[in-house]
Design a binder for this molecule. Structure first.
Ligand SMILES: *Cc1c(COP(=O)(O)O)cnc(C)c1O
Length: 345
């Protein structure tokens, strides 16, 4: 890996003018939760307050009166590990966390606990262990590759992982969770990486746009390159206070995503992670937003709003209440607020 990411306040100040409070936060917070960005994403932050909030350290991250309600690993990914880097929760899907390195450290990261570990990339030995686990568990049909940013793994490691998984007959889907199209789209202009993803055949990409300001010409090109390689691209958004917690912003985001043929898959309720609690909205607010979206958008452009159960219970999609049962009848509420009934027969 030759790319150099921006880590220091001094470098950041070449792109952004920081307020005294932002400078103080940078110094105060980065010893616990470090900073990293690409030049590209810093340039977006210089024009977008929402992106700035996702990128720059804030004193709220270390404010105990806010963060004491969070925990390091609310989803119990560590507890449910089957090899050092593989978590198996659902019968047919496993998660492999391949690295803790990311070009951009998002302040709302749900794996902030991993920021405290020294940088790691999955070792060849760990690849073999994870792949053997999948090979021996014939029910696993979908393998999630996450991080960190899995697509900045050294290409030979990535090749070994993806092509070994492709060889396993019962693995039907390899899902890569990546934020490259958002924070470092130039990496997806590289032929070698695209060819590998194409060669691995079973690959789907889940990317992570949170705000319409992130959908730039470069981002569109990165997405187009993935689509051209035959890779379906879906999007996971996190509902973030002060970033995208309004029906107008999310409507725009999901419309723009659909325009570039990226299907909105999940809108995650913000996980109660220590260091991230200041981004959290209420669930009621999330449901109100989704209710508004259903008045305006086709379900093709509406993701599942989901809570990931603290304690490792898995994800639960939430829907605004649109029907109830009365005796032998269902009573429904339509998109424009009218009521109709249907007998249940
Ligand atoms: C989210 C997650 C998955 C994938 O779940 P989907 O609802 O299919 O996207 C698989 N394993 C773990 C541990 C997860 O957290």
């Amino acid at each position: 890996m030759s790319e150099k990411f921006i880590k220091t306040l001094k470098e950041v100040e070449r792109f952004l003018e920081l307020s005294d409070r932002e400078k103080e936060a940078f110094k105060e917070v980065t010893s616990l939760y470090p900073f990293s960005s690409t030049e590209y994403y810093l340039r977006i932050a210089s024009k977008s307050l929402a992106v700035r909030r996702m990128l720059l350290p804030s004193l709220e991250e270390v404010d105990d009166s806010i963060q004491r309600f969070g925990s390091e690993d609310p989803l119990c990914e560590e507890r449910d590990k089957k090899t050092s880097l593989l978590t198996h929760r659902y019968p047919d899907r496993v998660l492999i966390v391949t690295t803790n390195v990311c070009p951009v450290l998002c302040r709302f990261c749900m794996r902030k606990r991993n920021w405290k570990k020294p940088p790691f990339f999955i070792s060849d030995d760990e690849i073999e262990k994870a792949v053997s686990y999948v090979r021996e568990n014939k029910k696993v049909r979908d393998v999630l590759i996450s991080g960190g940013e899995p697509l900045i793994l050294p290409i030979e490691k990535l090749r070994k992982l993806l092509l070994s998984l492709k060889e396993i007959e019962h693995v039907e889907v390899i899902r890569i969770g990546t934020r490259l199209p958002v924070v470092f789209p130039q990496k997806l202009f590289e032929r070698e990486l695209l060819s590998l993803l194409e060669e691995a055949e079973k690959v789907w990409v889940n990317t992570h746009f949170n705000h319409p300001d992130e959908i730039t010409e470069e981002a569109k090109l990165a997405v187009r390159n993935l689509l051209k390689a035959g890779i379906p691209v879906n999007n996971q958004t996190v509902l973030l206070k002060g970033v995208n917690d309004s029906p107008e912003i999310l409507e725009k985001l999901f419309r723009e995503l659909q325009k570039i043929k990226v299907r909105p898959y999940y809108l995650f309720h913000c996980d109660p992670v220590k260091g991230v609690m200041h981004f959290s909205t209420t669930i009621t607010k999330g449901l109100e937003i989704v209710e508004e979206l259903f008045k305006k958008l086709s379900p093709l452009a509406i993701p599942y709003y989901a809570v990931d159960g603290p304690g490792g219970y898995g994800k639960v999609p939430l829907m605004p209440e649109r029907y109830r049962k009365e005796g032998n009848r269902y009573i429904f509420r339509s998109f424009n607020g009218k009521t109709f009934k249907m007998d249940d027969r």
